[in-house]
Design a protein around this ligand. Sequence first.
Ligand code: GLU
Length: 448
Amino acid sequence: MASRETLVAEFMERVAARNTGQDEFLQAVEEVACDVLTIEKANSAYAQAHVFERLTEPDRIIGFRVVWEDDAGQLQINRGWRVQMSNAIGPYKGGLRFHPSVNPSVLKFLAFEQTFKNALTGLPLGGGKGGSDFDPSGRSDREIMRFCQAFMGELAHHIGPDQDVPAGDINVGTREIGYLFGAYKKFAQRFHGALTGKGGSFGGSKMRVEATGYGVLYFTACVLMRRDQQIEGKRIAISGMGNVATHAAEKAISMGATVISLSDSSGVVLAEDGLTSESLEWLRGQKAAGASLDGAPAHLKLDFREGLKPWGLTDAEIAMPCATQNEMNEDDAKNAVESGLKLLVEGANMPLTSGAAQALQDAGVTYAPGKATNAGGVAISGLEMSQNSYRRFLTSEEVDAALKDIMQRIHDTAAAEGRDGDQINYRRGANIAGYRRVADAVCAYGVL
Ligand code: GLU
């Protein structure tokens, strides 16, 4: 059999030729290809079905124009997309992102990752992702509403509880899902679970907002437990200031960790002695008001460093990049290693450049990939879908218990597939476990 390197190089040459210039997508595919191509080659059913190559071609990509009017009465034109990657094991499922960096490459990488992540949850969820190049910063509430309504005017034709179930992602939270669901309900003339992340009064699940960040900590606890360690007393550097980062920080604080940072595109806020519930609340308030993260009252002991990232600024055994793709480069990773990094747990989707991932591997840092660690969000979306179908709702305690259970199962599955002597390669384990589940379904359907 050809070596793994040859298999990957030949495969990537074909995929690159079909996806010129789609760097994020190619990066995501190569990272999975390194782990699954040898598995595929060794299994004649998978190999004959060319499963992995098929999974790199979306079932379809829907692209559309979004025209809306701003508060000044000016016409604005944006682009919208939905990448329906694979519905092999369930309806397409994945978030919507509103950000100027959104383009087909970014959405294809996210939908590809989502397919494996959703398979790992053990729930019947296919993979998809969508969004727009719309920049909501500085926009009024009415402008956000009009944009969401215009966006849904087109997307409504392509989604539904058995077809495709979008949710939130960067810049799409409870408010945006409210506007999007309201518009869907009006255009489709249906009230059913076509979106998740909804408000509690119209079908949302308890704990959906917290689930991604809390799940990251539950997964981290499983990794540490294997080594007879616990989160309490650990110093954790977190990047980001969105839903994932702030809920990860909140849970880490409640578990007794010292959270030494949060950040946004303006810079990093350091808390040498650890964030407290009070300092976290202050930061959330500033962020919600669109105000500077600088100038905290002295007693909160926050130190804002403009333009910097948290990595390596102060010693931390655990790093949790929770902002966005490729936020940590090779130098950042080396800085973090010099400051004592032992474990990196991804909160965002693909936050490491390939160089950063390699630097961590060379330094022997344990690496827990986002498709396993941040799967708690979409898992609770899966439970929201069940609650909507069943028309019965779970309590916060029930959802939290289910989340812990799912994160433990994802951890154990990835650990079993990724065992390498007495070490665990979580990346390999997660990629292979996700792949197998989708591949078995793809093979069962025959050639179509
Ligand atoms: N956007 C989230 C993710 O990256 C959640 C998707 C969902 O709940 O459908 O997994």
